[in-house]
Design a protein around this ligand. Sequence first.
Ligand code: ATP
Length: 255
Amino acid sequence: MFDGPSPAGMTGPEIPESHPRYESLLTRHRIEDGVDRGLTSKQGLIAQGRGEAFDYLLGEETIPSADDAERAAAAHLQRADHPVLSVNGNVAALVPGEIVSLAEATDADIEVNLFNRTDRRIERIAGHLRAHGAERVKGQTADGRIPGLDHERAKVDADGIESADVVLVPLEDGDRAEALGAMGKTELVVDLNPMSRSARAATVPIVDNLIRALPNVTAHAEALRGASPAELDSIIESFDADAALAAAERRIRDA
Ligand code: ATP
């Protein structure tokens, strides 16, 4: 059951909490609402549909290998010099408050980074995040570039994603995930499809629904707040990305 915060007007009074598919319906409602508010693109609806199918096969729960990945991601964020959390239209619609909490727990920057970039949508998403408590939202300066991508999709902030050492990119598209990897960044990807290019390009692939993954990364980050560098390094080194992807794929194929 979804028990996270429910921003006003985003839950839909027509969904009773006792409904067996409450979490899934709530997620759908948030994405629809995101499209109505001009936060999420229509393509975001299609991405949501793909995600739901994988989540259904995963049993709509955080599998043990995903929890390990969430802990490894938290260790990377705590160990980073300059961590950045990248936000697109689906992330803004689904987990705005949770992104702000994770940024606070890890001293990370938040940057809006869109596949279909428009200034209007970036401004709306930044405003939505500020309404959920974000102090500063990057992504509007666009004075940095990701090498190897076409002009619009390459745009990032020079003091944000371009200069980050660790980037959390929930629901990133495959091309950009590969290009960020080629820049030598540590990439933490949340994607329900363990076979997607983004998940395969990641240093830490988190195969879990964003609405479960983000609060869990934050909980791990809070638990690791006082950890020594050696302790964080040992969590980072013991995580095996290929094994995590294989475990998720096994779960899906055995469903
Ligand atoms: P590739 O990474 O192989 O290039 P893609 O970028 O074409 O794939 P999209 O169709 O853009 O993939 O789909 C977005 C991805 O986001 C899908 O793999 C889907 O499983 C995932 N996804 C959608 N909603 C969520 C969610 N709530 N939590 C986690 N992952 C999600």
